[in-house]
Every structure is written in structure tokens, then in C-alpha cells.
Write a protein that binds this ligand. Sequence first.
Ligand SMILES: NC(=O)c1ccc[n+]([C@@H]2O[C@H](COP(=O)([O-])OP(=O)(O)OC[C@H]3O[C@@H](n4cnc5c(N)ncnc54)[C@H](O)[C@@H]3O)[C@@H](O)[C@H]2O)c1
Length: 420
Amino acid sequence: MAHGEDRDQTGDRATAHRSPSWSTVPTSRAPDQPAAGADDGVTPVAVAADELVEIAARILVTAGSPEPAARAVAVSLVESDLVGHDSHGVRRLVPYVDAVRGGMIDPSADPVVRRRHRATAVVDGRRGFGQLAARLAVTEARDLAREYGVGVVTIGNCNHIGRLGEYVQTLAETDAVGLAFCNIDPTVAPYGGRERRLGTNPLAWSAPRADGRPPVVVDFATSAIAEGKLALSLARQERVGTGLLVDAEGRDSTDPADFYTGGALLPFGQHKGYGLSVMIEIVGGLLSGAGVSSLPGYDNTNGTVLIAIDIETFVPVSGFRSRSEEFCRLLGDTAPAVDTDPGPDGVLVPGEKEARTRAARISEGITLAPSTWRELAELPGGPELPGVPVPVPHPRNRADGAAPSPEENPDDTGGPRAPA
Ligand SMILES: NC(=O)c1ccc[n+]([C@@H]2O[C@H](COP(=O)([O-])OP(=O)(O)OC[C@H]3O[C@@H](n4cnc5c(N)ncnc54)[C@H](O)[C@@H]3O)[C@@H](O)[C@H]2O)c1
């Protein structure tokens, strides 16, 4: 049985109390305990991204990874922190190291291209870090798309690939359209149901813009709320909106604790998000060989499909870029709605929020939650003094040493995840 997988008496997966795996961040706190905060004895500091890469790489090397592989995984994780998806940043090192210890991740494994046929390839992650397999798949898909116009690559046997936006963005930066999706262990109920049958099954899609603008990157889970954001609400003892989860009896709930006591997340967009998630389970899970996450035989990895479309094969890239840029500017110039406040930035194009966060964090450094520092310090190879963030502070570190408010850093909840 795969690490992190339990079965109940009926043979179904017992999803209410799953063991921690790379897909959920374990916590020593019960779901009803408050999130760690300033009283951790940890003073939050903003750390430069390259310093955080060094820390993450050291932890991974100590866990058994060769230096280049450790650095590649570290860069992927820190990129997630940089763009504001801290839920997929360096805090994932805790479950990753745990999965190495449990034998689920082989830290020294190199992914390989197992098979090539026409415009397709099959990448075998060899149970190593998923980021390495996904990076290899990006290179492979791009090469195939140059030769055939399109490249379709599946990734199996690969553990957690992290933030999908990274991979499609790389493709868009080389004049391709990128599409990626994958399944993951079940936490989401089908539309109209109450049991966990689907993963949060993310989808990412990218296209280049012009004038040096970062690409359009659509990248999200197909659940109505990310589990990490639910944890934040739980830690703040806040209710969430309606339509996001059901409790164990299938009643609509606004109490995040109900998820952690046997409830389920709901798909976004009712039957529409549900439909997308179903297809990601079937196509991602089955083409990759990972399996459907709620059926016996699922191998507890991100069953992934990655597609690259070479733009020049179809139309001149310059024309595609300039029209896509024109359209994105038109979107950004849209007059704001009356009842839906788009926020201080006005109407955004997908990918812009991440690009702005990245620019700010490159300049100001990355401020992690105290609980994340504490957890990193406890890992072998982590920051030396437990509970104290020792890395060199970013020169533009806050003078007051204050922790970011949840509004400033909403993804880094420091809060509880699925219970062990
Ligand atoms: N590997 C896995 O198993 C796995 C599973 C689930 C999620 N993830 C990753 O988690 C990350 C977070 O997912 P999420 O569902 O919380 O994402 P999210 O809800 O934060 O949505 C992010 C997307 O929405 C866009 N966006 C955000 N605000 C916008 C606005 N005001 N206007 C226009 N566009 C806007 C962003 O640019 C981005 O494309 C993703 O990177 C995803 O790939 C990975």
C-alpha cells in the first residue's frame, strides 16, 4: 500500500484520517489548535530568494540528493514562494523529507525518458522528486513540439510536481503554448456528492505576451478552495463562504474544521469544475499510469500530462504575441464591476498577480511564517538554531521585524493540514 494511504473496512480509502504524505503538510497541531505565530519565539525575517535556495538545497542534499538535483528542486520550491504560492514553497520540504524517510521518495533518483513515439514521450520519475521529472518533461515536450508542432508527454512514477504554473510558463517563454494537468489523492467530492472521490486536480495553461510581459498563466486547483487556504481560516477561527465544502454527513458547511473531521472539499464552479476534475482524473491518471486516485491501484503520485504547442508551426509568433498582448491590455483596461471589487490592482490578466508578487519579493525578500521557519530548522541540514531564522536577512528586511499579516501573505498559513 502506498505511503499515505489507508483503507477502511469496506475496501474504500479511508480519507478522513489519512497519513501524511508529500501531498499534505503534516502538523504537530490538531486542527482545532491555533496556528503558530509570534509566540513561537521565532522572529520573522525576510530572506533573499537565493539564500532560501541555499537553505532548501542543503536540506535536500542532507536528505540524500545529489547537489544539482537538490538545487533544481530548491529553485522550484522557492519560485513558488516568490510568486506567492507559499503553500507549494519550501514548507513542502517537511513532507518531502518525511516521504524520503518513509521510502516513498528516492532522493537520488534521476528521471528518464522511458519511451518516444512520434510527437509523444513517456517520462518515468523513478520515484524521485516530481519537480525533476516535470522539468525533464518540459524539455522533452518543447523539443517534440519543435519537430512535430506539438509534443505530448506523460509523467508517471514521479511524486509531487509542485506548482504546475512553473512548467507551462517555461514553455510560453520559448514561444509555445503550454498545458499541464495532474491528479492527486482524493479530498474532493463529486458535484452533488459528499465523499472524497477526486483530487484537487490542478490545471495550468499558458500563452506568451509581447513587450517583455510575463506570459498569461492560468494555474489553479479544480477544488473550490485550496486546502491550505481552508487551514488559514481554521487557524483564525473564521468561517468560510458557502459552496466550498461539505461535512461528513454531506451538509453544506462554512466551518473549515468539518473538512478535517471527515468532510470533503467541493469542486469550483459546480458541475463545470467537477467535469474538469473528472477528465483530469481519467486522462492524467490513466495516460500517465498513476491510476485514478480513488480506485485501487492508484500509485499515490501526480499522474501528469504535459502538452507543448509550437506557435510558429501554426501562425507567425510575432503576430500571435502582439495580438495576445493587445487582448491582455484590453482586459486590464476593463471598467471595474460595481458589486465585485477586483481589488486595488483593478482587472488582472491571469499570471499578473504572481508576476507582481514575484517582483515585490525579489526586491523585499520572502517572509515565511514563524511555523515554517521552525519546521525547517527541525529538519536535518536546516537552519542551525532551532526556532531561530539564521539566514542572512535580505538587506531590505523590514525595520520593525513585523510578521506579514495574513492579507500580505495569505498562502503561508502555518496552519494545520490534513490530520495524520
Ligand atoms: N501538484 C499538485 O498536486 C497540486 C495540487 C493542487 C494545486 N497545486 C498548485 O497549487 C497552486 C495554487 O492553486 P490555487 O487553486 O490555490 O490557485 P489560485 O486560486 O490562487 O488561482 C491562481 C490562478 O488564478 C489567477 N488569478 C488569481 N487572482 C486573479 C485575479 N484577480 N484576476 C485574474 N486572475 C487571477 C492567477 O494568476 C493564477 O493563474 C497552483 O500553482 C497549482 O498548480 C498543485
